[in-house]
Ligand binder design. Structure first.
Ligand code: PXG
Length: 461
């Protein structure tokens, strides 16, 4: 790492002081951060970030699961600038529309599963899931079944941080703050075989986890259940990929009962699994798909809900006014960014490249880490993966959480020039879809160094 100049050090100190006094960060212990000082990222190019001290970091989290096309895309900058000059804002309420949002809705419909041909635009993934909650309840009202209100979700799911998003999510730490979940949202077990499989084969455990849905539907009564919401693989929960038996069994249950299926593809959408949508990867036919993040590669905020014909027909034909929307629904500048982002993904064949080339390369390179004495399991699909750090490989026993093994490993990664996130003692990555072989090799080499450092750390404990 280059030695920072005095000027750089002063700049960081000034920024850290201002940050400490004026900036409340999301999902952050402000007191702890103020003591430590925030890391200030200043610029980025490709898969790399630079902080104000000039340190270069390989961003294996694509920002926050979103910079699918990588940093520094001049053509997105140009598309956004052009749109800002022509029409920086107009709403899509009151019988109005504008070309970028129309074109984007049509484009997304062409990429989505064939039975999904409409988009409701939002500003984020959280707003998408708020929209889902309101849309499924309105759908059942219009179908003459107003009691179908409850939404079934899963423990340790992440669906956002608004009141509805955090309620639909299954994070206990979030529920504790703000009296959540709101009424009408319930949670069933997650399909986390590595942590909760307890002697069952992955296949048997997957079936058991899926059957919790049927048990809950029967308990609540089919006539009271509006929808089931799930991520195709849990992202923020720790890259939890359900066993192969899980989704087919969920599909059987959803087909048996008349319940809508919301698939939250905020992380998995736009190429992450080597398909445009994970619905195609897992052969799922949802009624609603939440999108955000990779939709614009995070260059500007945007989200949406892709709506199936079944639901769209009712909302568009029978609803009268659907009393829901956001000032920035379909924002023209965000739509222009999304269109250019999608054009890049298509032109560079990034989805195909992930499926056929970089996913196999990354996943097999990561499997080498499974041999490491600290690593209990390496799992992944497409360009997303998790590495479980354990005390005992045979029993999957974890370290004492007070040791902060995952946090230590994350900090060691940074020291070696790599951004890898920790969820407890599960290390996770989700790099830009543009990552190449040499960058994957560098990622795995830095991760190995960080694992070695972490192994040293736990030896003394
Ligand atoms: N659904 C899923 C599946 C997500 O991962 C959201 C909804 C909410 O999106 P917005 O745009 O409202 O943030 C997300 C967001 C983490 C982390 O720690 C993950 C997310 C957000 C913040 C932190 O991994 N995912």
């Amino acid at each position: 790492m280059p030695t920072p100049s005095l000027k750089q050090q002063q700049k960081l100190a000034d920024l850290q002081t201002a940050d400490k006094h004026h900036f409340i960060h999301p999902f952050t212990d402000s007191k702890g951060l103020a003591e430590k000082g925030t890391r200030v990222i200043e610029r980025a190019e490709g898969v790399y970030l630079w902080d104000v001290m000039g340190h270069k970091l390989l961003d294996a989290m694509a920002g926050l699961w979103c910079v699918n096309v990588g940093y520094g895309r001049q053509s997105i900058v140009d598309a956004v600038a052009k749109q800002m000059q022509q029409l920086p804002f107009y709403n899509s309420f009151f019988q109005c529309s504008h070309p970028p949002a129309i074109e984007l809705a049509q484009k997304i419909a062409s990429l989505a599963p064939p039975h999904m041909n409409n988009v409701f635009f939002t500003g984020s993934g959280s707003e998408s899931n708020d929209t889902n909650l309101r849309m499924v309840r309105r759908y059942w009202d219009l179908k003459g079944k107003p009691n179908k209100k409850t939404i079934i979700s899963r423990i340790n799911a992440y669906h956002g941080s608004t009141v509805a998003g955090a309620s639909l999510g299954g994070m206990s730490g979030m529920h504790e703050q703000g009296d959540l979940p709101i009424p009408g949202v319930v949670h069933i077990a997650q399909p986390y075989w590595y942590a909760e499989g307890k002697g069952l084969s992955p296949e048997d455990f997957g079936l058991q986890a899926a059957q919790a849905l049927e048990t809950k539907i029967v308990e609540l009564g089919e006539d009271n259940v509006a929808a089931f919401i799930a991520e195709p693989f849990q992202g923020a929960g720790g890259v939890i990929i359900p066993p192969s038996t899980y989704w087919p069994e969920i599909k059987r249950i959803l087909a048996k009962y008349d319940i809508l299926f919301i698939l939250d593809e905020v992380i998995s959408g736009f190429g992450r699994t080597g398909k445009w949508f994970a619905a195609d990867y897992f052969d799922l036919q949802p009624d609603l798909i939440s999108i955000a993040k990779g939709m614009t590669s995070g260059y500007v905020p945007m989200g949406g809900v892709i709506v199936s014909d079944r639901v769209a027909d009712v909302i568009k034909q029978d609803c009268g006014e659907f009393t829901h929307g956001f000032t920035y629904s379909g924002h023209p500048v965000a739509a222009a960014a999304a269109l250019e982002n999608i054009r890049i993904i298509e032109q560079e064949k990034l989805v195909e490249r992930v499926a056929k080339d970089t996913s196999p390369y990354l996943q097999s390179a990561l499997q080498q880490l499974a041999e490491h004495p600290l690593v209990g399991e390496v799992r992944g699909i497409g360009l997303v993966a998790a590495i479980e750090l354990v005390k005992d490989k045979a029993t999957h026993q974890r370290f004492d959480s007070n040791l902060g093994v995952g946090t230590f490993c994350r900090d060691a990664c940074i020291k070696h020039g790599l951004v890898m996130r920790s969820v407890g003692d599960t290390m996770i990555i989700s790099p830009p879809l543009t990552i190449n072989y040499a960058e994957i090799d560098a990622l795995v080499a830095m991760a190995t160094q960080a694992l070695n450092d972490t192994y040293q750390y736990v030896q003394d404990k």
